[in-house]
Design a protein around this ligand. Sequence first.
Ligand SMILES: [Zn+2]
Length: 297
Amino acid sequence: METWQIGNVSIHRVVDVLQDIDLTFLLPEATAENLAPMSAWLRPHFVNADGSVPLSIHTFLVRTEDTTLLVDTCIGNDKPRPLPEWDHRQSDFLSRLEAAGAPRHGVDAVLCTHLHVDHVGWNTMRENGRWVPTFPNARYLIGREEWGYWEHEDDPFGAEAKNDSIRPIIESDLVDLVETDHQVTPEVRLVPTPGHTPGHVSVLIVSGGERAIITGDLFHHPVQFARPQWKDIADVDSATAEASRQAFIERFGRDTLVLGTHFASPTSGRIVADGDTFRFDATLQPNSPQSARSTRA
Ligand SMILES: [Zn+2]
């Protein structure tokens, strides 16, 4: 299990699903030919020997001195889903979450960076034939703008999620609708990064002079730091998403540890300059001195 310490805040990655995918399914321009010039840093961790890429669906368990927070809740168990890897899963995710220090009754807050099917699944669990909140003592923080959009739209990757993973927590009165710059705790704040979805957020953690940012799906894969202009077919608004990616790289490319919401191991690293673009350097971890190449203002 990957863990990080950012000042007084600990972060654990708890994986729900790890799968290999054809990256062109998400990024049509990520062909073998277009990835080849970047193989020096993409391989072996971010592109497999056979050209597929690892995609991780995980929760970040974020613990401050007085708050236990989950960022994104993955696929979940028992749920009907269109992709075979996601359909009616039976994983031991909750046991592993508890082993990482967060029994489900001890979670204070649940935060979804956006409301796509792979970010809301463990919001609920099946009990006596009903979908009930998995974390009954938590406040679920849902973007007001995000829910305002999905309330009237269906997720193309899992339309059932709205009824089995979102509406039950609203009906249980566990949801706080929050703005895209909401301060969650003194150390944890949302950062608006719209485009992938209208109310999409990243999550900034600042403590003890250190900073980390959880990407959300603004970036599905590290190659997008080098090619932020490549269209991601999962983005609701491509132009806005590209602008958000460019702004993210400018803002967090210097002194902030980047935690990728779908990055398999290594999940974290820093954005560093690479010629006239950027790359993801996973050798730079918390407390690493800033790379001499990471000098872009
Ligand atoms: Zn996702």
